[in-house]
Write a protein that binds this ligand. Structure first.
Ligand SMILES: *Cc1c(COP(=O)(O)O)cnc(C)c1O
Length: 456
């Protein structure tokens, strides 16, 4: 049997190297060290003229790039909002690569189509949304925004008799887009991509925690898209969706929500109130690779059932070389045609965790964030916003000092945090988004933060 797969040894070696990498992750600097990073230029050579043995290729990657990776698979990577791949999802990702399915049509991969459909059902069940809602797996929240906004654009223009897919936006009735001054930068990017213009957005002020002020929400006529957020990228603040939905409804507007990581709060009993009212929105974009701990890159777009036709119209694709539509084809609901079988890792993580496992992941990481906030506050440092979810913003004094402490902490290597600007002040941001973080990781990291602050 062994001889029937000539590259068996190569794959075994890749597996061994990957396992060794993971096994060493707890004892290394979370952000790579300067001396390791200096070696990365060794990979930047002219294209080789001749083939190289694949095992040598692997070994070079392992030796040179391995130590330069960020240890996001460990329990002490708190920079940006970066999850760690859950073991079941990581293993399923290896299987996904080995299977190498093109998940565009049922005809190109019946297995991928069936697994994606099952994963969509679970996502909707987890979020307690109707099974009739549409769901699609894309590369992340950015592409989920693009997909949702293209759907919204179709719906609001169709109502005034404009066919945007056929005629584009040239001469179209204008669309008013309303979004918080605290909206994530990728929302602007997506608005620019779909031709709605980031600079034309009517901005709504936010309160001191980052929540959209409903009292300041403008009223618009005609085609309108309102964008709200659950899980501010800095402090994790969640907009009051129910109230915003009612205002959007009065305007006849489409309501889109950025739930990049905050969406998953809905799966945890003590945090579900943060995503209350989700069932009232028209579309939602979220990541699976952050808090749900699916490997990169993976995100989900959710579209309310009544807009199924708009989503189909916005993404329509035809060609005589494509199959007829007698089956569920995942690639008819995403901007990509050929695509990775993204649903497999989602299915695997939800199968492995179950409803209670996801709730536990969310509750646990939120409790760790609270512990960070309490520990830093009692050491004398200022926590800049309330901590509704898994994110903490801390200042160590002046902007320069906070930057210096953050840099010293990253250099020291125990943990990894990133700086941000919060309401005009520099803050260090701590995002607890991984299944791998333990209470011990939190205490070790807290001690390192306080050490860095006292010695900077
Ligand atoms: C990370 C994030 C995004 C962007 O998600 P990508 O997966 O990087 O495209 C959007 N909004 C919020 C609130 C985020 O945290």
């Amino acid at each position: 049997m062994d001889s029937s797969l000539p590259h068996r040894d190569l794959l075994r070696e890749a597996c061994e190297l990957a396992i060794r990498h993971l096994a060493g992750i707890d004892s290394r600097s979370v952000f790579p060290r300067a001396e390791d990073l200096a070696r990365l230029v060794e990979l930047d050579r002219p294209l080789p003229d001749a083939p190289t043995d694949a095992r040598d290729v692997l070994r070079r990657l392992d030796q040179i790039a391995g130590p330069c990776t960020v240890a996001s698979q460990g329990g002490r990577a708190f920079a940006y909002v970066i999850g760690g791949a859950h073991p079941a999802a990581l293993a399923a990702d290896w299987m996904t690569s080995a299977w190498d399915q093109n998940a565009v049509f049922h005809d190109t991969s019946p297995a991928a189509a069936a697994i994606e459909r099952a994963a969509m059902r679970w996502v909707l069940e987890l979020l307690e949304l109707p099974p009739s809602w549409r769901c699609a797996f894309v590369t992340g929240t950015t592409m989920a925004h693009v997909t949702a906004l293209a759907t919204a654009r179709h719906a609001v223009l169709e109502r005034v008799g404009w066919d945007v897919e056929r005629d584009g936006l040239f001469g179209a009735p204008p669309i008013t887009v309303i979004a918080s001054e605290q909206a994530h930068g990728t929302l602007d990017r997506a608005l620019a991509i779909v031709g709605l213009g980031a600079g034309r957005v009517v901005r709504v002020p936010a309160d001191e925690h980052g929540r959209t002020r409903v009292d300041a929400l403008p009223r618009a006529n005609g085609p309108t898209i309102v964008c709200a957020q659950i899980g501010n990228v800095n402090g994790g603040a969640c907009d009051p969706l129910r109230e915003i939905a009612s205002a959007a409804n009065e305007m006849g507007a489409w309501l889109h929500v950025d739930g990049a990581f905050g969406l998953w709060a809905r799966a945890a009993p003590t945090r579900a109130h943060c995503a209350d009212g989700l069932e009232l929105v028209d579309s939602c974009a979220a990541d699976l690779h952050k808090w749900l701990n699916v490997p990169y890159d993976n995100g989900v777009v959710l579209v309310r059932d009544r807009w199924t036709f708009a989503m189909r119209a916005a993404l329509s694709m035809s060609g005589a070389y494509y199959p007829d539509e007698s089956h569920f084809d995942p690639g008819r609901w995403t901007p990509e045609a050929s695509r990775r079988a993204r649903g497999i890792t989602v299915w695997a993580v939800l199968a492995a965790l179950g409803r209670s496992g996801v709730a536990d992941l969310v509750e646990r990481t939120c409790a760790f964030a609270t512990r960070f906030a309490e520990g830093l506050r009692s050491a004398g440092y200022e926590v800049l916003a309330e901590v509704p979810l898994n994110q903490v913003l801390v200042s160590f004094g002046s902007d320069d000092r906070t930057r210096a402490v953050t840099q010293a902490l990253v250099r020291e290597g125990t943990c990894w945090c990133s700086p941000t600007i919060w309401r005009g002040r520099v803050a260090m941001r701590i995002s607890v988004s991984s299944w791998a973080t333990t209470g011990g990781d939190v205490e070790r990291s807290l001690a390192a933060m306080i050490r860095a602050a006292r010695s900077s």
